[in-house]
Design a protein around this ligand. Sequence first.
Ligand SMILES: *Cc1c(COP(=O)(O)O)cnc(C)c1O
Length: 369
Amino acid sequence: MDTKRITVTSPLLPDLEEFQTLLQEIWNSKWITNNGSFHKQLEKELAAYLKVPYISLFTNGTLPLITALQSLHITGEVITTPYSFVATTHSLWWNGIKPVFVDVDPVTGNLLPEKIEAAITPRTTAIMPVHVYGTPCDIKSIQDIADKYGLKIIYDAAHAFGVEVNGESILTAGDMSTLSFHATKVYNTIEGGALVMHDEQTKKRIDYLKNFGFAGETEVVAPGINSKMDEMRAAYGLLNLRQVDAAIEARHQVAIKYREALKDVAGIRFMEDTAGVKHNYSYFPIFVDETTYGMTRDELYFKMKSQNVLGRRYFYPLISTFATYRGLESARPENLPNAHKLADSVICLPMHHELGDEDVERILSFIIK
Ligand SMILES: *Cc1c(COP(=O)(O)O)cnc(C)c1O
């Protein structure tokens, strides 16, 4: 048995010597956190790279979700997706907001606009969609619904780093968008994240909120939290930004190989690129139709695992099935048939910048019979 372990992802790491040089600068300045020069520089470079007007760095990708909801004074009910990482819904819970789950598109896994509209009640104040796997949501339809009913939109764009439609960032959709720079993501700062907003006033307010609400040495304007990014991770992030394009291109090449090899395998579906969309190849989900393929998703998943090829069942189980949420009316499986079908058939294949041809062939050899 070939026992080389292939993991679903591998962190993009900066060159160690270059990082040490920047660390030396931090040691010299002794400014290690609280909006230091690397923090400022990373905000500037990320705004330019991502083509967004304003961005505020965070210590992870969950606190910007929580802070965005705080800053927009969201209460009552928020419509969201069960087909995501659990942090999406947890951010609502931490704000005392009732999540209302609606079903997703059977192909993309993104929220279905018509189901959003059907789930609106007088208590609905916002929509929290996710661009799952980095595939853009139906931004226009969701905006139309929000405008019609006077709702805010906060996009969990944790998977959508650098994704563009017709040359424009999707991170400017809605009222705010959040990013995660966790080690497992396309672009990482070890732990980290950001909030993208449209105007300077909002950025200022978010910058206060992520620093306990301090607006000056002695003035606290709101019950803020501490979710600041430190100088070490900002410096690390600056170095990773210089190599993220190459990493995305390496992922793209892996996606091309997967698609070419899997296109004739009956019972395995995968996602294609969309014209006009700049994808980031953050994930490569396949969906197993057990009747046609002749094996269940779990059989394939554990077969790969037994050979040290570690895919992940993102997103299984659905958020709506976890103990905290399963009692909700909207969490009933009958309400979410497409989401359940995706969750029960998905495997995200290994996808990162260091996968070689041999690795890809070995992964595929367990899938192609
Ligand atoms: C990773 C992720 C988060 C949370 O980000 P952290 O940086 O791990 O806190 C939130 N939402 C989605 C969809 C994610 O994939």
